[in-house]
Design a protein around this ligand. Structure first.
Ligand SMILES: Cc1cc2nc3c(=O)[nH]c(=O)nc-3n(C[C@H](O)[C@H](O)[C@H](O)COP(=O)(O)O)c2cc1C
Length: 173
């Protein structure tokens, strides 16, 4: 039974939901989830595969994602590994693959780690839970990009079949 570590970076929790779904897909594996905020220290031999998932906020993953990758690249490279990004631009069919998602491409250009498997998933917008500034900003961005702007809307764009498919690909790494 392969031991798989899924590390995540989230602001509002949707990336954790995606990690939990990946864990379900990997039901025959020993899967552990850990928040990058808790600065997990990796030791060689503890896990067989490592997956990192992170959400985008105002154009970037949280800085701790880059920091963790830079500090642990040798260990990441020593394991089968994968990375996925969560953002709402990925709701657009022309921006929903690792090759076409601008945030993922920009991120990959800034790090020297080359994940063996890449994923990109559309996230969720929960307007009522946002503070005044973020709500207005996201409504404006959504208006600009022809998305939902209703301040009461909770919209989940995630295609869960694609998450399941990614989970199956992690199993095959
Ligand atoms: C304040 C804020 C800023 C965001 N900025 C972006 C952005 O620049 N580009 C984008 O595609 N999605 C953006 N998003 C959408 C998030 O990536 C999406 O809501 C995702 O599901 C968040 O995942 P999390 O809950 O794990 O943090 C933003 C969301 C919020 C609330």
């Amino acid at each position: 039974m392969a031991r798989i570590l899924i590390l995540y970076s989230t602001t509002d929790g949707h990336t954790i939901e995606i990690c939990k779904r990946i864990k379900q897909t990997l039901e025959n594996h020993d899967v552990e989830l850990a928040d990058l905020k808790d600065t997990p220290s990796l030791t060689a031999g503890t896990f067989d595969k490592i997956v990192i998932g992170a959400s985008i906020r105002y154009g970037k993953h949280q800085p701790l994602v880059n920091e963790f990758i830079a500090g642990n690249q040798a260990l990441l490279d020593a394991h089968p590994n994968a990375f996925f990004s969560v953002n709402v631009v990925a709701r657009k069919p022309e921006k929903n693959t690792p090759e076409t998602n601008p945030y993922l491409q920009k991120f990959l250009g800034k790090i020297s780690w080359k994940p063996q498997l890449l994923g990109v998933f559309a996230g969720k917008i929960d307007f009522p839970s946002l503070g005044f500034f973020d709500k207005q900003m996201i409504r404006f961005i959504m208006w600009m990009t022809k998305g939902p702007t209703d301040p009461e809307a909770i919209v989940e764009f995630t295609d869960w079949d694609r998450v399941d498919e990614f989970g199956r690909m992690v199993a095959e790494l």
